[in-house]
Design a protein around this ligand. Structure first.
Ligand SMILES: NC(=O)c1ccc[n+]([C@@H]2O[C@H](COP(=O)([O-])OP(=O)(O)OC[C@H]3O[C@@H](n4cnc5c(N)ncnc54)[C@H](O)[C@@H]3O)[C@@H](O)[C@H]2O)c1
Length: 372
């Protein structure tokens, strides 16, 4: 079945989904929506799309779409997803799933009662190196996994000044406010090994103590660098750092994984390459480049990627998440990041805000599976 897509936020981040939808033979892009009427009309004209909206509800009501991509600012994700699910539309939502625990609960209830299906578009889980590590974890090559690290270190002060919602929801709150790019892949690695569906049960967050002062002389609420310690249901420990303010060259991501039989450390974008040690390959601990394992362990979809995947943003993640979403909807199979996994990636960051506000106390992370 061909899935007809509409994109909300189509004049911004939503636009980056256009290529992947159009490259997919089982998908058709039929509608665009953005509050910036001129920009979205120009975009639609260029793409030859007839159905253009400035109001998301009007697009949901139009009968022109089966699925919606939500690429709007963070605080619209949950309300717009709930609106789409109420129309039994499928939803592919940008990260994070929501900006408060209360609206996350509403979103979970909407997803459970809808004829549409919900997936969160955590594109970093589709990056080649992250997919390969997941396969190694799935094959049991790290043994019993008990420690992981993820960091999103992306200096975004100019973007914060240019997109005021970021200044409110990402750096206007003290916490790991944008954790899913780091936590998402690590959660999947843990889930493949120790405990199926492993998740964070409690967090304790600490900040660097330094607050950036913006050009108006106002302190950013978020400390420049915030780290949350995550206690896993399996008993393991994961450390997530979010830093969008520190002055430094571009770095973006860092990951690490430690198990009884192996270890992984990602490259940092400067000289170092992703490296792994697996006892099954080398009895004595010694790093080898992660790329050495591609032939044997990389899934087929990443072995021969189409040009569209290589041209897509975020290391191909923007392409593969659409592909996966469309396939799962058509096959009625489990979504890679369904509503429970989306919550498992989002809720720890929201709980970290409460932890920071209470002197780094341990805060329990709700289990969305109990929200019915
Ligand atoms: N996954 C990733 O790698 C990645 C990368 C960049 C941004 N993002 C996420 O994508 C989202 C958008 O980021 P952005 O930088 O494009 O933001 P942005 O401020 O540029 O907004 C995106 C678009 O949404 C439109 N918009 C705003 N409110 C709207 C509404 N109520 N209805 C319809 N359209 C509306 C804006 O006019 C704009 O064109 C954010 O949630 C951000 O976190 C994710």
């Amino acid at each position: 079945m061909t899935i007809r897509f509409g994109i909300i936020g189509a004049a911004g981040r939503g636009n980056s989904f256009v290529r992947a939808i159009r490259a997919n033979p089982a998908a058709q892009l039929t509608a665009l929506c953005d509050i910036r009427a001129d920009a979205v009309a120009a975009n639609a004209a260029e793409l030859g799309i007839d159905h253009v909206f400035t109001d998301a509800e009007a697009m949901f009501d139009s009968g022109q779409i089966d699925a919606v991509v939500i690429g709007t600012p963070m605080h619209f994700h949950a309300p717009q997803a709930i609106g789409a699910l109420a129309h039994d539309l499928h939803v592919l939502s940008e990260v994070t799933a929501g900006v408060s625990i209360e609206e996350c609960r509403d979103l979970v209830r909407a997803a459970r009662s809808s004829g549409g299906r919900y997936m969160m578009a955590e594109n970093f889980t589709y990056m080649k190196s992250n997919v390969l590590v997941r396969e190694l974890a799935r094959a049991g090559l790290f043994g019993e996994v008990y420690y992981g690290e993820g960091a999103y270190v992306h200096e975004l002060k100019a973007l914060n000044e240019g997109t005021p919602w970021r200044r409110r929801w990402q750096t206007g709150v003290n916490g790991c406010t944008y954790p899913t790019h780091s936590l998402g892949p690590v959660l999947q690695w843990f889930s493949e090994t120790r405990l199926r569906g492993d998740r964070v049960v409690a967090v304790s967050a600490v900040g660097s103590g330094h607050h950036y002062t913006d050009p108006r002389g106002d302190h950013y609420e978020m400390e420049d660098s915030v780290t949350m310690m995550c206690r896993m249901a399996s008993g393991g420990l994961v450390q997530i750092r979010v830093d969008m303010l520190s002055n430094r060259p571009h770095h973006m991501t860092h990951y690490a994984l430690q198990g009884t039989e192996g270890a992984y450390e990602s490259g940092d974008g400067f000289q170092a390459v992703p490296k792994v040690w697996l006892r099954s390959r080398q009895a004595e601990p010694q790093w080898e480049p992660l790329s050495e394992l591609e032939d044997e362990f990389l899934p087929d979809f990443w072995k021969n990627p189409p040009p569209e995947a290589l041209a897509a943003g975020h290391g191909g993640g923007d392409y593969w998440e659409v592909e996966d979403f469309v396939r799962s909807i058509n096959e009625e199979s489990e979504l890679a990041i369904g509503i429970d996994q989306a919550m498992d990636m989002t809720l720890p960051g929201l709980a970290s805000q409460q932890s920071l506000a209470t002197g780094s106390s341990w805060v329990t992370v709700p289990d969305p599976r109990n929200w019915t």
